[in-house]
Design a protein. Structure first.
Length: 112
């Protein structure tokens, strides 16, 4: 799993929660973090993905991805974003990551 794939997974979790509660603060973060706005690898606001890349280790595995994602989210020091992320537990996260990685997706190592 690469950094962009982890970033996208965090985005998907937060977006799913935003669909439920439509928090303006969460929506603002999602707008800046959107990894699908442009064709390149990054976020709508390039600083969001750059900051993410600085804070996460290079080696990300399925087994440690939830811990890394959790640490990143907690480091944002935003209660609304943290509450949204922690609506998913590690077991559900792992299943979602497996599904995501098994499908063709932006940022996959086999498609750029």
């Amino acid at each position: 799993m690469n950094k962009f794939e982890l970033f996208c997974m965090i985005y998907y979790v937060l977006e799913a929660e935003w669909d439920e509660n439509e928090s303006p603060q969460l929506g603002a973060f999602l707008s800046d973090a959107n990894p699908f706005l442009f064709d390149d690898i990054g976020s709508a606001d390039p600083a969001v993905f750059a900051n993410f890349c600085e804070k996460v280790p290079a080696e990300i595995t399925l087994e440690n991805s939830y811990s890394i994602a959790s640490t990143y989210v907690c480091g944002l020091k935003n209660e609304i974003i943290s509450e949204a992320f922690f609506t998913i537990d590690e077991q559900e996260w792992v299943e979602c990551v497996k599904d995501y990685l098994s499908e063709d997706h932006k940022g996959a190592s086999n498609n750029g």
